[in-house]
Write a protein that binds this ligand. Structure first.
Ligand code: FAD
Ligand code: NAD
Length: 467
């Protein structure tokens, strides 16, 4: 079969690229090795993790804050099996949603493993042993990523697990040791800490979520500590020994001493690697770089082979679903002859803990390193009427603005609903607003977004009203 566009991989990068290509009138096919569409994000990433985060947060609130709200419940307990069943239902519903979108847009779905035969031909190997070849002048590689695993941390998927298994446990760990206090560690560590597990974070860097603005990591640590978590920062894990029912993690601390921590489960979340296994890139004249990524041209996302593009986790940049989606639209429009644009500086990063963390633009550390003159304004959630009413008073908004022009350069929020609040900052920064521009806009009262207005007032001339 001949297509105008073939997409390999049906994650948020791939399926969005396919829809946009079809919208632009191109005959489009998508190849997915699993029987369900949606990729990492829908099946073992964004959506199932948020389902468990929401369920565990309900349980935690019922156990810890309902009483103060005047709601008394007795005999409260967790039904983990039902929590996981509900999560599966959520994923299934959205799998069907993507299949519906493929049909609606007349995209041909090939369920099978895709590999290059040459630069215009993809072989689809199906589970029944048969195979089929399809051709196109335009092929988009959207094969995503897999968890990074190291020989020193042997994953058996039972006791030493990755995020995929952590989304399907059959019991609540007594003591979960989390290696890597990045995004996955913070989110899935929170889930089990809320459900009653003791959670220990062992992290190479000196704080949680170390690549985000340092203030965010410090605040998040305080909040997660309230769940009973313990931290081993500046500890580099050197070995993981699985003893069957328990697992011993050894790490070197800052003084080069060995520290051991034993738990019944160990979650390894030290990053993800681009996935091109079995894709036979060589047949198309391509090769993965040293870090396993497919190299692309900055301006077109085209590889060095004309007509082959790559998007999402398999290329450079943040491994985020919405980044992959933007790139999917970008490539489809580029193939159609349009001149689209992705503003990488304004891809927000969100951690769905409670309180949530959300950031866009430059961190304070990046501004310091670059030598750019900046000013900073912060506003704490505890000074907000809305946060006090709901008892969600942890957190703050920090706005960084250019010292001379007042243009907003970065916004970093930790607090209730930060994930949704960051959209205002993205819009403001896309239109190159100054802190004072946002400070002069009316924000509904009482809402959490008032913290954004107040932080902008603080950044403008240190004139926050309620602090
Ligand atoms: P993927 O979603 O990985 O999809 C790639 C697809 O390609 C897969 O379905 C795979 O089976 C298929 N494939 C691979 N090779 C072949 C082949 N040869 N033939 C056929 N098919 C193939 N990001 C966020 O923005 N927000 C979040 O809240 C968030 N939460 C996450 C939570 C967890 C636990 C994890 C692990 C990740 C999370 N992410 C989140 C990251 C997000 O899932 C990824 O950035 C996103 O899925 C990348 O999209 P993609 O389309 O590039 O690749
Ligand atoms: P990460 O890069 O966020 O965190 C990995 C952490 O492991 C780092 O802090 C690193 O310092 C630490 N580490 C590495 N080696 C170590 C060692 N030997 N000992 C101790 N610590 C070590 O990676 P992740 O949490 O695995 O997530 C993978 C990707 O998935 C991320 O890029 C993220 O963007 C994406 N993701 C996003 C979301 C979201 O957007 N909410 C949620 C989950 C995952």
């Amino acid at each position: 079969m001949q297509y105008d566009v073939i997409v390999i991989g049906s994650g948020p990068g791939g399926y969005v690229a396919a829809i946009r290509a079809a919208q632009l009138g191109m005959k489009t096919a998508i190849v997915e090795k699993y029987s369900v569409l949606g990729g990492t994000c829908l099946n073992v990433g964004c959506i199932p993790s948020k389902a468990l985060l929401d369920s565990s947060e309900h349980f935690y609130n019922a156990a810890h804050s309902f009483k103060e709200h005047g709601i008394e419940i007795s005999d409260l307990k967790v039904n983990l099996e039902q929590m996981i069943t509900r999560k599966r239902g959520v994923v299934e519903k959205m799998n069907n949603g993507i299949s519906f979108l493929m049909k609606k847009n007349k995209i041909t779905v090939y369920n099978g493993f895709g590999s290059f035969v040459n630069k215009n031909t993809v072989k689809v190997a199906k589970t029944d042993g048969s195979s089929e070849e399809i051709t196109s002048k335009n092929i988009i590689i959207a094969t995503g990523s897999k968890p990074t695993v190291l020989p020193s941390m042997p994953v058996d998927k039972k006791r030493v697990i990755t995020s995929t298994e952590a989304l399907n446990l059959t019991e609540i760990p007594k003591h979960l040791v989390v290696i890597g206090a990045g995004v996955i560690g913070a989110e899935l560590g929170s889930v089990y800490a809320r459900l009653g597990a003791k959670v220990s974070f062992v992290e190479f860097a000196d704080s949680m979520i170390p690549t985000m603005d340092k203030t965010m990591g410090k605040e998040l640590q305080k909040s997660i500590k309230k769940l009973g978590a313990e931290y081993y920062f500046s500890h580099k894990v050197t070995s993981v020994v699985n003893n069957g029912d328990d697992v011993t993690v050894t790490a070197k601390n800052a003084k080069d001493e060995d520290v051991t921590i034993t738990g019944d489960y160990v979650l390894v979340c030290i990053g993800r690697r681009p996935y091109t296994d079995g894709l036979n890139l060589e047949a198309a004249g391509l090769a993965a770089d040293q870090r396993g990524r497919v190299e692309v041209d900055e301006h077109t996302l085209q590889t060095k082979v004309e007509g082959i593009y790559a998007i999402g986790d398999v290329i450079r940049g943040a491994m985020l679903a919405h980044k992959a989606e933007e790139e999917g639209v970008f490539v489809a429009e580029t193939i159609a002859g349009q001149k689209p644009h992705v503003n990488y500086l304004l891809i927000p990063g969100v951690v769905y803990t409670w309180p949530e963390v959300a950031s866009v633009g430059y961190t304070e550390e990046e501004l310091k390193t670059s030598g750019r003159a900046y000013k900073s304004g912060s506003f704490p959630f505890k000074a907000l009427g809305r946060a006090t009413a709901s008892m969600d008073t942890d957190g703050l908004v920090k706005v960084l603005a250019d010292k001379a022009t007042d243009e907003i350069l970065g916004v970093h929020i930790i607090g209730a609903r930060a994930a949704d609040m960051i959209a205002e900052a993205v819009v403001a920064m896309e239109y190159r607003a100054s802190a004072e521009d946002v400070a002069r806009m009316s924000h509904a009262h009482p809402t959490y977004t008032e913290a954004m207005k107040e932080a902008c007032l603080a950044a403008t001339e240190n004139r926050a009203i309620h602090a």
